[in-house]
Design a binder for this molecule. Structure first.
Ligand code: MN
Length: 226
């Protein structure tokens, strides 16, 4: 009988609202610059840009309520409040009209970012991986089952102070559009998460602070920096 030369890593999973069962995480995709106000604050012209994507490792997932260390190699550690999609079905070249049928649920999330490393990568035309895909960089709240997009307000607070606020309808690429575009680049699979982008107001987190992303209708996603 075949074995493994090392113990395989434990599956990554997230808790589900209203269930004892957990959602198995396969991959984490993220949309860059999906709100016009954030695109402008990052120096882009979002009205002319098609969506672009980056990734985080699945095991970068942090459950809401966790306390995490301030990450290494940064002096400018940022929050980004986002809606997260959890896919229940995969596919290639998914039509926008069929896209929502691939959604299993939604969660609030925080795309934690080493902004200084991202700025260096942009300046040197290098990849964003170490700015975005570092350990413990993907905070995700409880996954709420459902396929229709919440038409809701997203807010992010740091120690109770409001830092980001948007309507999800302000996304440049909406949920069906994101799924359709991404499925033209990769074959999506059940268990994939998609961070859908952040609005204006991104900023730094300091040691000791607690950051909460709240989306109406979903359980807030909270993380504390040790
Ligand atoms: Mn983001």
């Amino acid at each position: 009988m075949m074995g493994y030369v090392l113990p395989p890593a434990a599956p990554v999973s997230l808790p589900v609202h209203g269930s004892k069962d957990r959602f198995p995480v396969r991959r984490i995709f993220c949309v860059g610059r999906n709100y016009a106000d954030h695109g402008i604050e990052m120096g882009g012209d979002p009205t002319k840009e098609p969506p672009f994507f980056f990734t985080k490792p699945a095991d970068a997932v942090v459950e809401s309520g966790s306390t995490i260390p301030y990450p290494p190699a940064t002096q400018d550690f940022h929050y980004e409040g986002e809606l997260v999609l959890a896919l229940g079905a995969g596919g290639t070249n998914i039509a926008e009209a069929d896209a929502l049928a691939h959604v299993w649920g939604y969660a609030a999330g925080n795309d934690l970012t080493r902004r200084d490393l991202q700025a260096e990568a942009k300046a040197a035309r290098r990849p964003w991986d170490m700015a975005k895909g570092f350990d413990l960089s993907a905070v995700v709240g409880l996954i709420h089952p459902g396929q229709s997009v919440p038409d809701a307000t997203l807010t992010l607070t740091v120690d109770g102070v409001l830092r980001q606020e948007t309507r999800l309808s302000m996304m440049i690429w909406d949920v069906p559009g994101i799924i359709a575009c991404l499925s033209q680049l990769v074959t999506l699979a059940p268990g994939d998460l998609i961070f859908t982008g952040t609005p204006a107001g991104v900023g730094a987190l300091q040691r000791g602070q607690t950051c909460t992303v709240a989306v109406e209708g979903l359980t807030p996603a909270t993380v504390t920096i040790a």
